[in-house]
Design a protein. Structure first.
Length: 92
């Protein structure tokens, strides 16, 4: 993951008030509220299949919205056509 340009982000204990408020005010479960808090603290766009973020001020983008117009369809298609991927496994 580090080679893919990803980094691990976290919240500090003093940030937990924001998580609690997000859970309470926005009716999010803890996991969603934590992600919302991270996105808020670091000014990030939420990317999720979870429609719960649609009712928040930050909103969300679906993964599909990010890959439209890219070569992701080609990469996924090539990956899934490799032996053992995208087809039932055969046992002998």
């Amino acid at each position: 993951m580090l080679n893919a340009g990803m980094r691990l982000l976290h919240l500090l204990p003093e940030d937990m008030r924001m998580v609690i408020d997000a859970a309470s005010c926005l009716k999010l479960d803890f996991g969603d509220a934590y992600q919302y808090g991270v996105a808020t603290k670091y000014t990030l766009q939420l990317v999720s299949f979870d429609a719960n973020f649609d009712r928040t001020e930050r909103g969300r983008k679906s993964p599909g919205e990010l890959v439209r117009g890219s070569d992701a369809t080609f990469r996924c298609s090539s990956f899934l056509n490799q032996p053992g991927y995208g087809r039932p496994a055969h046992f002998f």
